[in-house]
Design a protein around this ligand. Structure first.
Ligand code: ADP
Ligand code: ASP
Ligand code: MG
Length: 445
């Protein structure tokens, strides 16, 4: 008997009919002989709507109350899903994150899981029932307060439970058929990736491919949990995320079970798929802003003072660029990118330093987009950057910042040219498929 964790995102449970459809799917997996744990997100855009509601009440809601509010979304979907499964004649019981033993640190709004103690989930499985767990939430043992794991955190709940329970596979059900070479909402000819390594998926997720949240991939790599990303609207096999040389997990009776081309001798493409592609895909991110500290004295310690203050304010920094200083003035500009919602906090921290560091001014720009090309094969392939920058030049797109890692090149562009930039790079690396990808549901919010 296999143990499967199945996670259903908001667009898969957006109304009563969808909840019944998902319930059927879970009941089938259970009837096929598997132990099933289902992790569920809030219905549709509930989380966004609750955030909007809080903003109408106060511009600065206390973080603790925000977490209590947002966890309500997942409580609604988990109980409805349990009811729908019971109605199909399969026993199911729902649990909040706290009841399921998701123990976190105390950071409201982006808590980290520190332990998973799923004794009630295990007991439920032993009794032959399906366990439904609310995604995105846990409890801090010191305060006994509920916490949330950050946007998209239900993916992390699912992988953490899969690791804690020793599941055979963690299936992430969403509104597209898997991980594609680009977001199919922007590039309709994006191609589905059959399998991708943790390393490449980490770079895709860190670069904005929100089909899997970054922390869930980090967790999966650390605990060696195979992930299968697939659509809840089709029976097609999706994308396997696992170590480059691990075999595909075998789970009996799952609809559209993945057959790994590496181990399937009848697959005519086997020869081809043994050779990993140079590029996995193109990711984009619209959620960042850019702050430029203008006319910073070019002396040792300026950057340290600025970034220490920003770090002390709890701001996450992404890209950093320092211009060459003008010899005549001894002044330079330092720009960095950060999550747009942290721009006000960072600005306040930097303004407080003005009398000490004596920089000229601060510029805040939230009309930027980030595009990243990811592929483990690029480190051994010269010419990747030349082709990348050539594609942006041919599309007449201006580049504002550049960073690289061993397996990624990222650039910042104007927000309104980002979609075009993604399509240009995707085509330049010959990633387009003949058929168009299907986006089954969701608002893309
Ligand atoms: P869920 O509600 O199921 O968690 P999300 O909206 O968080 O779904 O993630 C699925 C969405 O991720 C897709 O609808 C798609 O628009 C977006 N996406 C971004 N990049 C990719 C990619 N490379 N492959 C597939 N989907 C992607
Ligand atoms: N409902 C939460 C969100 O919208 C968590 C999740 O869906 O993963 O971010
Ligand atoms: Mg998601």
């Amino acid at each position: 008997m296999a143990l499967v964790v199945q996670k259903f995102g908001g667009s898969s449970v957006s109304d009563a009919a969808s909840i019944k459809r998902v319930a059927k799917r879970i009941a089938e997996a259970k009837r096929a002989g598997n132990d099933v744990v289902a992790v569920v997100s809030a219905m549709g855009d509930t989380t966004d709507e609750l955030i909007d509601l809080a903003q109408q009440v106060t511009p600065l809601p206390p973080q603790r109350e925000m977490d209590i509010l947002l966890t309500a979304g997942e409580r609604i979907s988990m109980s409805l899903l349990a009811m729908a499964i019971n109605n199909l004649g399969v026993r199911a019981k729902s649990f909040t994150g706290q009841q399921a033993g998701l123990i976190t640190d105390a950071v409201h709004g982006k808590a980290r899981i520190v332990d998973v103690v799923p004794s009630r989930v295990r007991a439920t499985l032993e009794k032959g029932s399906v366990a439904i767990v609310a995604g995105f939430q846990g409890v801090n043992p010191e305060s006994n307060d509920v916490t949330t794991l950050g946007r998209g955190g239900s993916d992390t709940t699912a992988v953490a439970l899969a690791a804690g329970l020793g599941a055979d596979v963690c299936e992430i059900y969403t509104d597209v058929d898997g991980v594609f070479t680009a977001d199919p909402r922007i590039v309709p000819t994006a191609r589905k990736i059959d399998r991708i390594s943790y390393e490449e998926m980490l770079e895709m997720a860190a670069s904005g491919a929100k089909v899997l949240v970054l922390r869930c991939v980090e967790y999966a790599r650390r605990y060696d949990v195979p992930i299968h990303v697939r659509s809840s609207f089709s029976g097609k096999p999706g994308t396997l995320v696992l170590d480059a040389d691990s075999p595909a997990p075998a789970v009996p009776g799952l609809l559209g079970t993945y057959t790994d081309p590496h181990t399937n001798p009848s697959d005519p493409d086997q020869g081809e798929s043994m050779e990993a592609p140079i590029i996995s895909g193109v990711a984009h991110d619209r959620s960042e802003a850019k702050i430029t500290v203008v006319d910073v004295p070019d002396v040792p310690g300026s950057a340290a003072t600025l970034f220490e203050a920003v770090a002390a304010a709890g701001v996450d920094i992404d890209m950093i660029v320092q211009n060459v200083s003008a010899a005549a003035t001894g002044l330079t500009d330092i720009s960095f990118t950060l999550p747009a919602e942290q721009a006000a906090t960072a600005t306040r921290a930097l303004e407080a330093l003005q009398p000490d560091v004596r920089f000229g001014s601060l510029e805040i720009d939230d009309q930027i987009g980030k595009l990243s090309l990811v592929g483990a094969g690029m480190k051994s392939n010269p010419g990747v950057s030349a082709r990348f920058f050539g594609a942006l030049r041919d599309a007449n797109i201006n580049i504002e910042m550049i960073t690289t890692s061993e397996i990624r090149i990222s650039v910042v562009t104007r927000a309104d040219s980002l979609d075009e930039a993604v399509r240009a790079v995707h085509t330049a690396f010959e990633l387009d498929a003949e058929a168009e990808a299907v986006v089954y549901a969701g608002t893309g919010r």
